[in-house]
Design a binder for this molecule. Structure first.
Ligand code: ZN
Length: 133
């Protein structure tokens, strides 16, 4: 894995949270995007070589809505950049990690993404992401 690509933060209200992170980081989001298939609205901020992704649920069945219901707002996942997501899936499955979606799906910010179950990663939802060509 190359680096922490971004940290995902679940928020109740993306407009409010975007204002907060704009003043925290001293810069505006470079992208705001809705991912209909995941039921989320997102804001992306650059922080040096990494990013912050804010996520608000757009429907009550969205994983973000469920997360906030259970645990409140806060850090939702850590995403690592990978060059070859397919070979990482094979490697991590062999290592015993629980891969939540074996077929990488289209995530926000022009990425292919897979998630690892927090049960297998000491309680943290882990995302792997590869740039889509
Ligand atoms: Zn993410």
């Amino acid at each position: 894995m190359k680096k922490i690509e971004h940290i995902g933060i679940a928020v109740k209200n993306i407009e409010n949270a975007t204002k907060i992170y704009t003043s925290l980081l001293g810069s505006s989001p470079y992208k705001m995007e809705e991912v209909k298939s995941e039921g989320v609205k997102t804001s992306f901020f650059k922080t040096g070589d990494s990013k912050i992704e804010l996520l608000e649920a757009t429907n009550p069945d969205s994983p973000i809505a469920k997360f906030i219901e259970k645990r409140g707002e806060g850090v939702h996942h850590i995403a690592f950049a990978v060059d070859d997501i397919q070979s990482e899936i094979v490697r991590l499955k062999n290592e015993g990690f629980i891969v939540l979606n074996e077929n990488p799906k289209k995530g926000a910010d022009n990425k292919l993404v897979v998630f690892l179950h927090p049960k297998s990663t000491a309680g943290v939802l882990v995302e792997l992401c590869q740039d889509r060509k």
